[in-house]
Design a binder for this molecule. Structure first.
Ligand code: ZN
Length: 600
């Protein structure tokens, strides 16, 4: 057996410019997911997508075509419905996506316009290009997963409408509405690159290269909300993603620069909140204010896509750590535990609000990104298989020239014990790569009970290259201990409680004496690190979830006695969580967030 530890390429170092991905996702339809990620997929499908009222809330404006501005998100809804239908095979989901697609195609005008604006407002009415291009994206998705030719045709007609009208737009038209053009057309370039890749039609590529000058886009990080909202994270990252897609068509190192800059800002310049969220009022921020409008769900979704895209291009396992942290905390906090309600923001301190409806950007982008998670668990790599996310699951792929079924048995993130069962159709030699998270010092692995020698290095992929046969099992043991993570800037002098990828928060309502405290007062509580014991069961967020028992003091002079309160901190997606950072009796017990900084 040859065991090798593979050092990661740094996302920040100059790297070659591959047109081919280092890691490739598996077919969405070949990955079954259980565990909390699987539960989120199920509840997003059954308790959200299948119970929303598309007839009332989504479709009428597209039939009427009488608006001057505004946004619904029908194309995003179609994309999510298509993917969740393809992943689950659920008949109701398939029927829903069919109906949505039929309605869009029926309401599409002869010139290709599929949107909701009256003729005078088309293109420049705020968010029209955004809505129309996502309709093209949703239709293209239907063609990709269900082979529907009419959907591809509808997507092309919608894109052709944009191409034909683009030259007639007034200069700086977005500024009429205080929004920069790059923000007003969020998503446009990625759709055009995808249409080029799906059809081979050069016009879509030329539009991106010439009209949109995508290779030359190199905006810095603009902090703070102001007219033109240029520091818009969702808009920024959607262009990054388009550049990364273009890089796969025609490799060019400069197409990687803004993506690297964005990730660099997040992990080195305090752009990232501990839970994986970013931004205030949708815009880049670096002051670690964790209240209110923190972490737009659209931004979270596009952060995840950029991490995934970089992971595929460069194989840097740090991107996997970022995906995991973000999914289990900020992303899942954007949804009620039963799946029905969704949020626009997921703050770490203070009350969290639900978005009042099912339309608009964040609810639609939430459904989409959840539908993409099955493809962030396993990847094909160098003829073998890489495991990025740990969750009970099963996937079919091929490795070493043989069909392969891989099963992951684990209750992760409750425990760090993962068993991977490999069943190749015939004995086959290939590398199996397992992400060892940066927090997992002391991780161990074994193949068929035989220990893998040498320490496993956190922040790398462990690679096991051998001949695999039916029934082979690999066990991975990731030590899960409590860790107290230091706050930065506005959170300086306080720390948050983590265990593996999970951040814990305080829901005051079950606690006597503090039930009505607000987030600011709760953040003045002092925790006693020495009192942290084993996690206890809690269903506050998910069936079989965990809570953290810890003794604590109310704000006071005297911390010499035993803390008068015993708190049960719950997993960050607790809908009534109001505080995440606390004072510590001994700050030396806290460590830096392992995701920050670049060195290994
Ligand atoms: Zn949004």
């Amino acid at each position: 057996m040859r065991i090798a530890l593979v050092l990661a390429l740094s996302a920040f170092a100059a790297a070659p410019s591959p047109a081919d991905d280092t890691l490739e996702p598996l077919d969405l339809r070949q990955v079954k997911v259980r565990g909390e990620i699987g539960r989120r997929l199920e509840i997003t499908l059954k308790n959200n997508l299948l119970v929303l009222d598309a007839e009332k809330d989504f479709l009428p404006p597209f039939r009427e075509k009488s608006r001057n501005d505004g946004y619904i998100g029908l194309g995003k809804l179609i994309d999510a419905a298509v993917r969740l239908a393809a992943w689950s095979g659920d008949e109701k989901a398939i029927a829903l996506k069919k109906r949505l697609v039929e309605e869009v195609l029926k309401a599409q005008e002869a010139d290709g316009y599929p949107g909701l604006m009256k003729p005078q407002a088309r293109m420049w009415g705020l968010w029209d290009v955004h809505e129309v291009q996502y309709l093209a994206w949703g239709l293209l998705s239907d063609h990709r997963f269900f082979g529907e030719k009419a959907s591809l045709e509808g997507a092309r007609k919608a894109a052709d409408f944009l191409l034909a009208r683009w030259g007639t737009m007034p200069d700086r038209w977005g500024e009429k509405t205080s929004v920069a053009v790059d923000v007003a057309v969020t998503g446009l370039e990625r759709t055009m690159v995808a249409l080029h890749r799906a059809t081979g039609d050069r016009r879509y590529l030329d539009f991106v290269l010439r009209e949109r000058a995508l290779p030359d886009w190199d905006l810095g990080i603009v902090i703070g909300r102001r007219p033109l909202i240029e520091g818009h994270i969702y808009a920024y990252l959607s262009r990054c993603l388009a550049q990364l897609e273009l890089h796969r068509v025609q490799p060019d190192a400069k197409l990687l620069a803004p993506s690297r800059r964005a990730v660099d800002f997040l992990v080195r310049s305090d752009g990232l909140a501990l839970t994986g969220g970013a931004g205030m009022w949708e815009i880049w921020t670096d002051d670690q204010d964790v209240r209110g409008e923190l972490g737009e769900t659209c931004a979270t979704a596009y952060q995840l896509r950029v991490y995934d895209s970089l992971l595929r291009l460069e194989g840097d396992p740090r991107m996997g750590d970022l995906i995991e942290r973000t999914v289990h905390n900020t992303l899942f906090a954007a949804q009620s535990p039963d799946g029905r309600r969704l949020r626009y923001f997921a703050p770490l301190e203070g009350k969290r609000e639900y978005w009042p409806g099912d339309t608009y950007c964040c609810p639609c982008n939430y459904r989409r990104i959840v539908s993409e998670l099955p493809q962030m668990i396993y990847y094909r790599t160098r003829g073998g298989l890489a495991v990025n996310l740990y969750t009970a699951s099963e996937a079919k792929t091929e490795a070493g020239g043989a069909a392969l079924v891989v099963r992951q048995e684990t209750d992760y993130p409750n425990s760090g014990k993962v068993v991977l069962r490999l069943d190749p159709a015939a004995p086959a030699r290939f590398p199996l790569r397992l992400r060892v998270p940066l927090w997992a010092a002391g991780a161990k692995a074994a193949v068929n009970g035989q220990a893998v020698e040498g320490p496993l290095r956190p922040g790398t992929f462990l690679e096991i290259d051998r001949e695999w046969k039916v029934g082979d099992a690999v066990t991975l043991d990731l030590p899960l201990a409590w860790r107290l993570v230091k706050g930065r800037k506005r959170q300086s002098g306080r720390a948050a409680v983590m265990r593996g990828p999970l951040v814990f928060c305080l829901n005051p309502s079950p606690h006597k004496g503090i039930a009505n405290w607000d987030g600011a007062d709760l953040s003045r509580i002092t925790l006693d690190p020495a009192s942290l014991g084993e996690p206890v069961p809690s269903d506050a967020v998910r069936p079989g979830g965990l809570a953290c028992r810890v003794r604590a003091w109310k704000p006071s002079f005297d911390l010499s006695k035993r803390g008068e309160m015993e708190l049960a901190l719950t997993e960050f997606p607790d809908p009534d969580g109001k505080a995440t950072y606390f004072r510590l009796r001994d700050m030396s017990a806290a460590v830096d967030d392992e995701l920050l900084g670049g060195g290994k």
